[in-house]
Every structure is written in structure tokens, then in C-alpha cells.
Design a protein around this ligand. Structure first.
Ligand SMILES: [Zn+2]
Ligand SMILES: [Zn+2]
Length: 164
């Protein structure tokens, strides 16, 4: 079952940690696996509750430390949304976040590079863009199950071609 060309997430974690001089520990492994398992942008507290299921003795402080380490080595991103607790996201592709005002869920929204949202004045070096959008998700908006189905949308055929 092991694909030679692709590193397992554990190997990736091990390599990434050692790049910044850190060891692979079972705590870091558990916290990272929690992040990869359910990609719903959990808060540190949710990560703690989930990690406890695999490792009952893990402490909140350890979870915070592990999350901090994962952020530092670039495997997990911190997501800071307006008026909400910091959340964590293991998707390291360029993307923004859509926050549903009704259910509180956070969704990844892909960004097509180059992203040009505003004019950066000369002299500033752009390093990172955080895009957070709020509104209502399809479920809360009532679009799910109303007429057009998800499966029709996802059937693969892209009906609309971009005007070149
Ligand atoms: Zn919603
Ligand atoms: Zn995300």
C-alpha cells in the first residue's frame, strides 16, 4: 500500500521537524494526525479534546506547544478570524477562508494565483495574504437539496469555460 514516490504524513512530519532541529515525538504525531483527520479548522481546545482520545495523558499546554511547532515548521497554518478563537488549518496551499455566520464552520476557498486584491504601495514587501470572507454556507443558505444537486455540480464536467 505504500507509494514510494509519496512520503507518508509521518515521514513528512519527521523530515520537516528535523529541518528545524526538532525531534519527532508521539505528541507531535498525535496532534498532527488530529489536524489531518478532520479538516474542519479546529480551535486548540478542539484539537486537545480530539488528541485526548488517542493519548489521554496529553495536556492542553502540550497541545498548544505542538500546534505552535507545527505552525513554525510550516505544516499547519494559524487562522485568525474576526471575533473568533484562533483556528488551525493543515491546508498549506494558497487559500482563503469562508466563515459561516450561522453555523460557525470555516471552509477553505481556493485562491488562484496571482492574487491581486489591493495595491501594495511601493517599498512594502508582500509576504503573506490572509483572506477571510464571511457569509452563509450552502447548507445554512438552504441551497443544499434545493433543485440543483451537489452531485450534478461535482460530476466533473466543467460546463463553463473561462473566456480567454
Ligand atoms: Zn453554515
Ligand atoms: Zn484552511
Amino acid at each position: 500500500m505504500r507509494a514510494k514516490t509519496k512520503l507518508s504524513w509521518e515521514e513528512k512530519l519527521d523530515q520537516t521537524l528535523s529541518k528545524i532541529g526538532l525531534r519527532f515525538t508521539s505528541q507531535r504525531q498525535v496532534v498532527y494526525s488530529v489536524m489531518l483527520d478532520v479538516r474542519d479548522h479546529p480551535t486548540a481546545e478542539t484539537v486537545f479534546l480530539r488528541a485526548k482520545q488517542a493519548m489521554p495523558e496529553i495536556s492542553m499546554a502540550t497541545v498548544y506547544n505542538c500546534l505552535d511547532t507545527l505552525v513554525r515548521c510550516g505544516l499547519v497554518a494559524q487562522v485568525n478570524l474576526h471575533r473568533a478563537a484562533t483556528r488551525y488549518c493543515p491546508n498549506m496551499q494558497e487559500h482563503g477562508h469562508f466563515y459561516c455566520d450561522d453555523c460557525g464552520k470555516v471552509f477553505d476557498v481556493p485562491m488562484a494565483p496571482p492574487v491581486r486584491i489591493m495595491d501594495i504601495p511601493p517599498g512594502f514587501e508582500l509576504r503573506r495574504i490572509d483572506v477571510s470572507i464571511s457569509g452563509r454556507c450552502p447548507h445554512c443558505h438552504g441551497a443544499v437539496g434545493a433543485g440543483r444537486t451537489e452531485s450534478a455540480r461535482k460530476s466533473g464536467k466543467r460546463g463553463v469555460s473561462a473566456a480567454a
